[in-house]
Design a protein around this ligand. Structure first.
Ligand code: 5GP
Ligand code: ZN
Length: 114
């Protein structure tokens, strides 16, 4: 999608602090980190939110979680623990309408979220 900031990062049109990518997925450090480790993992293909996940595209979800688990290990937070977050829609706190999963770690995380 031409006006989507995450599509532009995925295509290389604007820079991102890329920590991992393959043919389907890209992971970048969040521009405004909320924890010592704060990585955004997303499909390169534009999917607006979790509301658009169905049987036709569900495989990308497994791949994103596998990438997240590998990054947690690579960043050294797997043993102590971390959190994967998907904000969906207005009340879920989603601010960028290109599906992404936050990997947060490196500090204790409160529960429940605000
Ligand atoms: P959401 O609120 O949609 O769940 O999360 C969007 C996230 O994207 C926020 O944590 C925000 O800091 C991050 N973000 C917004 N614009 C950019 C950007 O241009 N580059 C990067 N790396 N992160 C961004
Ligand atoms: Zn997009």
């Amino acid at each position: 999608m031409s006006d989507c900031i995450f599509c532009k990062i995925a295509s290389g049109d604007i820079p991102g602090d890329i920590v991992y990518q393959d043919d389907r997925v890209i992971a970048v450090n969040d521009i405004d980190p909320k924890a010592p480790v704060h990585i955004l993992i997303m499909p390169k293909k534009h999917i607006p939110s979790l509301n658009e996940i169905d049987d036709s595209n569900k495989d990308i979800m497994a791949h994103i979680l596998t990438v997240a688990a590998n990054l947690a290990k690579a960043k050294g937070v797997a043993e102590k623990g971390y959190r994967i977050v998907n904000n969906c829609g207005v009340q879920g706190g989603q601010s960028v309408e290109h599906i992404h999963f936050h990997l947060l770690g490196g500090r204790s995380l409160a529960w429940p979220p605000g």
